[in-house]
Design a protein around this ligand. Structure first.
Ligand code: CO
Length: 604
């Protein structure tokens, strides 16, 4: 009999892939201790997106979530996914931040650290590996599985020798186990057999497979992986399985019954937990992708987009009112990836390539390059698997402040220690190192979270929006042209619904924000703020203003940087669309803007 071990991803990757990481601790708590009794090898409960979403959207302290799960799950080891030198964030951090984060995570409850680098550049996992070894916890090092134009194992970059050599290097770095991370469901069953047979032959440590169902191959891939001798596989509970998530555990258990392979898990208990989870998920149904009927995406084999990234692209395009450009963006993702040297599409590279592809479609190719892509081209993220298109490299490093020629040393070697500065900057709002790390990793959203955490009002957990059944279209007609009202600011319409007619007053200044409810704080300049004959500056990208590069009175030319904007989780230096002298600035740092927001006013 061959014993197969199972890692469960329900509390991390499964809800990250399907409902934008929104499952709250309240809905995990009722099933957490039951999950603990199933007999899993480990449970993945924490990672980049959970750290981000908890503090950004759910008003939940990410550390508190881990602490709470550790209290409830006492037998099963807890694991987290760590993005190497980028930890749970989107850039490379200094070694002291990495070391402190790892030690805090180990102290709070992480037993197994799964560490990867999105470029498979092992220099980016050196520090994390060293720190994890010092804590005595399990170090799992990861190969990000990717393919080139061939769409299969092989070709000039992502071939068997590439993975064998990478795996050997990771083992020599002290890995207690190695994971193959197939974030887009690209690993086909027979390629999995070849790859896993080879790695089992050369690796003295256990081997684990993490795959996604996206392309529809995952169940078949798991079977071939099991036949090739994989030690552990990742699955999740049926209600959050399949689609862009992991394969479900339930059919796998039954498939392997009466074979030489054995899974020691309690199927009855799993079914019971599944039913309970199913009930909690009702309120999250608006987060599920219901754009199409197919639950698998055959297109993933050509555009190679992992689930989390796919749902991000959808929401980014919706924010930009450009969902009709989705198919164009999917094609552009492949092009952008080729230009940038075929990085594997995994966080943060997947977000960076995705956001850049959206920019390329909305504003023209490489007209608006995010600061992260500039840093990548410069070498701040590590070595690209293949050469970067020299034209793109030239455009990206034009006016780039850090340097004209790409760097070749370990990215973190270019950073000074950051922890003490962060401590100093945020000392009035922090009680411990955990707070400091929230700020150090997420300076903008982390700061506003800490302000809420330490304000007089208690943190109120954010609930999923109330599900509203799509109403049967009422027979709604506007039966008059706009009429002037007393206030002169509002307009009045006669509106008939069914047979009744109502006089409705509408304030046109509020219409823009009504159309974009997620950005409802977006300011709209009122008449008083308009200066006669001035030119309003608006930009075609929604986001949060992080920084101003200009001030009132300054003369600027079209193309000069005006603001640093956080959009699609990327930072972009926004060039001025107009020339002139700045006579008013109508926005401020921290403000959410839309394409209707007047950022500033210029005069010729
Ligand atoms: Co995954």
């Amino acid at each position: 009999m061959t014993q197969l071990q199972i890692s469960d991803t329900t509390f991390r990757d499964a809800h990250q892939s399907l409902i934008a990481t929104r499952l709250s601790i309240e809905d995990m708590t009722p099933i957490a201790s039951l999950m603990d009794s199933v007999g899993y090898y480990s449970m993945e409960v924490w990672g980049g997106a959970t750290f981000d979403t908890t503090h950004r959207f759910l008003n939940e302290d990410p550390w508190e979530r881990l602490r709470s799960l550790k209290k409830q799950i006492t037998k099963t080891p807890l694991s987290m996914l760590l993005r190497g030198q980028s930890l749970v964030g989107y850039r490379v951090y200094s070694d002291d931040i990495v070391d402190t984060f790892v030690k805090c995570a180990a102290d709070t409850g992480i037993d197994i650290f799964r560490v990867f680098d999105s470029l498979n550049d092992e220099r980016n996992i050196l520090q994390a590996a060293k720190s994890i070894k010092e804590t005595g916890k399990h170090l799992q090092l990861t190969l990000c599985y990717s393919v080139g134009e061939e769409k299969h194992l092989g070709g000039s970059i992502y071939n068997l020798e590439y993975y064998a050599q990478k795996a050997t290097t990771l083992y020599e770095m002290g890995a207690d186990s190695i994971c193959i991370k197939d974030m887009a469901g690209l690993l086909s069953p027979y390629d999995a057999f070849v790859l896993i047979s080879k790695l089992k032959e050369i690796l003295p440590c256990p081997l684990q497979l993490h795959t996604h169902y996206s392309s529809g191959m995952a169940s078949m891939t798991l079977l071939k992986a099991i036949e090739a001798g994989i030690d552990t596989v990742d699955t999740c509970l049926a209600p959050l399985a399949l689609r862009t998530s992991q394969p479900a555990i339930e059919p796998l258990i039954v498939s392997l019954q009466n074979t030489q392979y054995q899974i020691d898990l309690n199927l009855n208990l799993i079914n019971k937990i599944g039913q309970q989870l199913e009930k909690s998920l009702l309120k999250y149904r608006d987060y599920f992708d219901t754009e199409k009927s197919a639950v698998i995406d055959t297109g993933v084999l050509s555009h190679q987009i992992p689930g989390g990234m796919y749902s991000n692209l959808i929401s980014q395009l919706k924010e930009n009112n450009a969902i009709d450009k989705l198919s164009q963006v999917l094609l552009e993702v492949s092009e952008t990836r080729r230009d940038l040297g075929y990085p594997p599409l995994v966080t943060p590279m997947s977000q960076m390539i995705g956001a850049q592809a959206v920019n390329n479609v909305l504003f023209g190719r490489y007209k608006m390059i995010t600061d992260q892509i500039k840093d990548y081209v410069y070498g701040m993220y590590g070595k690209s698997p293949a050469a970067i298109n020299p034209d793109v490299s030239k455009k990206a490093l034009e006016n780039y402040t850090k340097g004209k020629n790409p760097i070749t040393n370990r990215p973190a070697d270019n950073l000074s220690p950051e922890l003490n500065n962060a401590k100093e900057e945020i000392k009035s709002l922090t009680r411990d190192l955990h707070d400091v790390l929230i700020y150090a990793l997420f300076p903008t959203t982390g700061l506003s979270f800490l302000e809420k955490k330490y304000s007089d009002k208690p943190l109120i957990p954010q609930k999923p929006p109330e599900h509203i059944e799509t109403p049967i279209k009422p027979n709604l007609k506007i039966t008059s042209s706009p009429q002037k009202t007393k206030s002169n600011k509002t307009k009045a319409y006669n509106i008939s619904i069914g047979g009744d007619t109502f006089l409705v007053e509408v304030d046109p200044l509020n219409i823009d924000s009504m159309q974009n409810p997620s950005l409802d704080q977006a300011p709209v300049a009122s008449d008083q703020e308009m200066i006669p004959n001035s030119i309003p500056v608006k930009i075609n990208m929604p986001g949060i203003i992080l920084k101003f590069f200009v001030e009132i009175g300054q003369v600027i030319k079209k193309g000069d940087p005006i603001i640093l904007l956080e959009s699609m989780k990327m930072e972009t230096t926004i060039p001025s669309p107009e020339s002139g002298t700045i006579v008013a600035i109508n926005t401020e740092v921290g403000m959410t803007i839309t394409n209707q927001t007047i950022i500033m006013l210029l005069k010729e």
